[in-house]
Design a protein around this ligand. Structure first.
Ligand code: G6P
Length: 610
């Protein structure tokens, strides 16, 4: 998804901007560009394709200590040099980068045409820069005044950074719906849409809130409302570990993030196991035991892997606490005018804490008076700041587009929450104690699963040329199948579908053949015999079968072509453990097919637009 970087200070801006864009690469993009201001002149370079194409087009030295940069992920207008940001007005007096979507761009474009201004790109963003230039001409506004004036005419979402040739060290910023974070340096100031860009320069940051406008100069910053009233902004100190933004000696971030899971899960549960009362300690909930007792329902919302983690989480919570729980895609939920109930706990799940649909669902629930709990990874992100209570994942920054360590941390948080809610109702102290031990044993079991890599790599090489694959699971194994299919399709581009085992005979069996490998998730449970029945059904159609199981039943080995055997575990953490071989399977298929493992096509790490 689009990324913004801005710098003003004493150092040459161009290398800082390009290094910032490099860090933003992981979010997904199709073109990039920078503008640098020097000697009252703005110079812009833009290029479609990878950042290396932009870098190749830059002169060896670019003077100027103030500038803006952008990675674009096309929404309005195809990826091209012209559509890439920054956009400049006709006189090249203002340059602007924009994340978000201007919904009334067509009407504003007509207004520009009436004034004799012809935008050159197909983007909605370009209209902003012409409107800024027009406002300055007509009203002799400073840059920040023009920004306030123009943004009043905008319908849509934006995070913007703009510079002008006559205020050479000033950057104007604004936010409505798309993140902008200010980084405070020593004699220099930065801004970015993503914390990862700022963390190498400073540990002091300020998050802009919606409706705020900011002005940066090397000496400092001011934040005001759209009506130019000052707003009180406290800075926060970043705790990000810079080492987590590198590949840790591996070829891909994805591989590092898969391998790190024993540690990241350990971090998620660390300090949260209350062995005295045999329950979980979750300090940020802002809910007392009495509030938890009153809950009649739990509704979990998220997108992508966060939704699949939510489905698994709903299962865990309902099983252990007997509170009816379910999960739904955040966007679907908010658009169907849902009934918000006072005794329902709404839980939003998001790695980035910036996913537009999840944020919009949060606001819709709060507007109707509901209580929203956030399960978020990115500290200080918009969702983390807006929810009524929260649980941080502490998985550390996740860089690869495909979620792995954040997903297992989400499941770990759900396990903690399920124990806590369960202990307020159905679960005895003895059972609580067993569950805590199960959770504690997960990091070690994950290390055992990771050691199965060479077996999984061989399986991946055997089937990576298939056109289509099925993932099958029953009840708690179904969300595992969904996430497994998601991983395979997003990074290897193999078509993959997940089905509950019981649904096979109602449609998908028609497509099961020797050309469709089927991955079956078979946890040891009282449904195992039924699931083995599904295995037989699939085998009878000649499909190659890969089983992931913690059961030692010999029948499985007789029927399946490959058995990936993981350590046995309580249902509380079984799904979490069984998901990891599927991550490795997807990774090795993608690798064998020569895919761009960390930045799969058409996907973005953080989807901050609708
Ligand atoms: C994008 C990413 C997915 C992620 C989803 C939700 O689609 O590609 O990997 O699961 O967004 O992201 P969030 O940051 O809200 O967890």
């Amino acid at each position: 998804m689009c990324g913004i970087i801005a710098y003003t200070g004493q150092q040459p801006a161009a290398p800082i901007l390009t290094a910032g864009l490099k860090r933003l690469e992981y979010r997904g993009y199709d073109s990039s560009g920078i503008t640098v201001s020097a000697r009252k002149r703005l110079r812009t370079w833009k290029s479609v394709g990878k950042l290396s194409a932009l870098q190749a087009s830059l002169p060896d030295t670019i003077s100027g200590n103030c500038g803006i940069g952008h990675t674009r992920w096309a929404t309005h207008g195809a990826p091209s040099d012209i559509n890439a940001h920054p956009h400049t007005d006709t006189a090249e007096s203002i340059s602007l980068v924009h994340n978000g979507i201007i919904e009334n761009a067509d009407r504003l474009r007509d207004r520009l045409r009436d004034a004799g201004i012809q935008p050159v790109s197909d983007t909605d963003s370009e209209v902003l820069v012409h409107l800024l230039a027009m406002a300055r001409r007509e009203h002799a506004f400073t840059l920040i005044e023009a920004v306030r004036h123009v943004l009043r005419q905008i319908v849509g979402t934006y995070g913007i950074a703009a510079i002008s040739n006559d205020q050479p060290d000033t950057i104007a910023l604004a936010r409505s719906g798309s993140p902008v974070i200010i980084g405070i340096g020593d004699g220099e100031m930065l801004a970015a849409s993503d914390m990862s860009v700022l963390s190498r320069h400073t540990s002091e940051v300020v998050h802009l809130d919606d409706g705020e406008v900011a002005e940066l100069t090397p000496a400092g910053f001011t934040v005001t409302t759209m009506d130019a009233l000052p707003t009180d902004k406290a800075s926060m100190t970043l705790s990000d570990n810079l080492n987590e933004y590198d590949k840790g000696g591996h070829t891909h971030f994805l591989y590092r993030e898969i391998s790190d899971q024993p540690e990241t899960v350990a971090r998620t549960i660390s300090g949260r196991l209350d062995t005295r009362f045999n329950t979980a300690k979750l300090g940020g909930l802002n809910l007392q035991a009495r509030d938890l007792l009153k809950l009649k329902r739990i509704k979990i919302l998220g997108c992508g892997s966060a939704l699949y983690a939510g489905l698994a989480g709903a299962n865990l919570i309902e099983t252990l606490s007997r509170i009816p729980s379910d999960a739904e895609a955040a966007a679907e939920f908010r658009y169907r005018n849902p009934v918000i109930e006072p005794d329902t706990l709404y839980i939003v799940v998001s790695q980035s804490g910036e996913t537009f649909d999840t944020l919009a669902a949060t606001r819709e629930i709060q507007r109707k008076g509901g209580f929203v709990l956030g399960i978020v990874n990115s500290v200080g992100s918009t969702i983390a700041r807006e929810v009524n209570g929260g649980i941080y994942m502490h998985a550390g920054p996740e860089v690869s587009v495909a979620s792995t360590k954040a997903y297992t941390s989400m499941l770990s948080v759900f396990a903690l929450l399920a124990i806590l809610l369960g202990r307020t109702r159905d679960i005895s102290p003895q059972r609580g104690s067993q569950l805590l031990m199960e959770l504690q044993s997960v990091p070690e079991k994950l290390s055992t699963v990771l050691a199965l890599e060479s077996q999984i790599e061989t399986i991946a090489k055997t089937y990576c040329h298939c056109q289509s694959a099925f993932f099958v699971g029953r009840t708690s194994a179904y969300p595992v199948a969904l996430e497994g299919a998601q991983k395979l399709k997003e990074i290897s581009y193999i078509h993959a579908e997940a089905y509950p085992a019981s649904e096979l005979k109602h449609g998908p069996l028609a497509l099961v053949s020797k050309d469709t490998p089927c991955v079956i998730i078979l946890p040891e449970s009282d449904l195992l015999a039924k699931s083995i029945g599904s295995l037989e059904e699939i085998k009878a159609r000649g499909a190659p079968v890969i089983v992931v199981t913690d059961s030692s039943q010999e029948r499985i080995d007789k029927l399946a072509d490959h058995v990936i055997r993981v350590p046995g575990a309580d249902p509380l953490v079984q799904g979490l453990i069984m998901g990891v071989p599927l991550q490795l399977l997807a990774y090795h298929c993608a690798l064998a097919l020569g895919r761009d493992v960390d930045q799969p096509r058409n996907l973005a790490k953080s989807v901050t637009v609708e």
